[in-house]
Design a protein around this ligand. Sequence first.
Ligand SMILES: [Zn+2]
Length: 128
Amino acid sequence: MSVTREGRICSFCATPGGPGTDVPLIGGLGAQVCGTCVDDFHATLHDDEAMAASRAFPWDSMSDAEVLAVLPQIMASAEQNQAFAREWVDLLRERKVSWAEIGRTLGVSRQAAWERFARKTGDNGATA
Ligand SMILES: [Zn+2]
């Protein structure tokens, strides 16, 4: 089973964290959040002024360079999420869930699910 928090980043601030680091991460559905972001979000949720300010679009006041600097972080978070989906499919395959059922769950054919997620030697999708 390969679903771990090692080598992950916070999906909100892109700080690397997880086991073996000083940055704790809590995750769900492929997203990870660090302790600092949890604390900041908690404080914001309990402060009406901060909550109102958080509804503004921060990129409106950002320079082009600042917006560009965030793009690799967004891509890293998206790649992390895709990797988590692959790990989750690996988990399902280890549990002998068929490619047909995985495809049905995703609203695609068995073949499409296999083409997107199969990567283990011997998991050719021919039998399940
Ligand atoms: Zn964070």
